[in-house]
Design a protein around this ligand. Sequence first.
Ligand SMILES: Nc1ncnc2c1ncn2[C@@H]1O[C@H](COP(=O)(O)OP(=O)(O)OP(=O)(O)O)[C@@H](O)[C@H]1O
Ligand SMILES: [Mg+2]
Length: 426
Amino acid sequence: MATFRFEKLSARQNLVFTWWRREDFKNLDGIICDGSIRSGKTLPMAVSFILWAFDTFDGEAFGLCGKTVGAFRRNVLKKYIKPILPSLGYEISERMNENALVIRHAGRSNTFYIFGGRDERAQDSVQGATLAGALFDEVALMPESFVNQVLARCSVAGSKFWFNCNPEYPAHWFRQEWILRYKEKNILYLHFTMDDNLSLSKDVRERYKRLYTGVFYKRFILGLWTAATGVIYQQIADDTEHYLIDDLPQIWHCTIGVDFGGTKSAHAFVCTGFTAGYKNIVVLDEYYHDNVKEGRLSPAQLEQAFVEFVTRVRSKYRIVGIYADSAEQTLIEGLQMALIRARIPIEVHNAQKRPINERIAFYNSIISQDRFRINRKCKAVISALQEAVYADKNDERLDNGTTNIDSLDALEYSTERMQDAILQVV
Ligand SMILES: Nc1ncnc2c1ncn2[C@@H]1O[C@H](COP(=O)(O)OP(=O)(O)OP(=O)(O)O)[C@@H](O)[C@H]1O
Ligand SMILES: [Mg+2]
């Protein structure tokens, strides 16, 4: 098992380790750490949460909450809890089928349940639990109803809530309900920046700074709860030519995203290619049919257009996934049947449909890192990216029929599933 090499803790990290035993803070009901990415929030929180649990309780249950169970396992359990706690004398055994950990230390034993705020039926799995505390990693990515449900289960006297997150838009529920009201909620609030992580070298810190621009730079690098306004892809709008290519690079494989249009919108297929190891992302080909301007397609016509598109893409590239708007199951089934009839053995999957601001943050990051290009022939995708603007509130994208949202959705569906893997390549 990987062991963890600690570097000197910063003053703020040290406070995360000690607040619950300090006279001045021990009566507080919880802690919030928000701020920049990689600023050293999750590491001390995860470890200190378990130390606090064992110092205070024996034979109790606790919640370990992530955006999803998988995200918690990857980002917290595998990265910090499993490598660090055994070296401090804690014995961890996993009950896989329950998503639970039983941890033993110094004659005490406590159980930790892993919950995913965004997993379907997350609320069911929380019901019935009686908890003595909960840790929420990336709380701003969870639904408020899920968080409240977990908090309502924390009925053991002395329960504490531990939250961490990166900033989102100012009207976000977590900022309104918790950060702005931390005093009345009796919570310790610590704001982190990358200066609070002494393990980052100057080079690494500079590299992280290049990951985002604009509003995402303010949020993720500077750690500010900032509103998104105006043009979404500023760099593409300002200098479109820089992103267009005529000679396509060697493509490793590609995916296709499909968005279906209603009477007032368009059908869009976008094929996105990846160079080896997900280094660069290139929009290779597109299909765009405007139902308003060009008349509505029958299902058979849509299927024929799709088969032609897939055949054209397949003659040049290896397709590893097709992802279509999951709101339209009958149309998806039609496309799948059409591929089968054409003897094209590729499955059409449901798009994940991640929150739009996560998809935008992803494109912001690959554009900021200069890893994104578009085939000059893909006119609909190009104008869609140039024209995309925020609606006035809460990170929403303007979607009133005046801009081409369909090509953006299709583009995003084509990359959602590998978003995290692509961002790991830095
Ligand atoms: N005291 C330390 N000793 C060694 N490594 C550290 C220390 N503090 C932080 N790190 C390392 O710095 C990186 C970021 O830490 P951490 O995951 O805690 O940050 P975070 O604020 O939760 O980031 P994000 O917002 O991106 O989730 C990790 O690789 C972590 O291992
Ligand atoms: Mg973290």
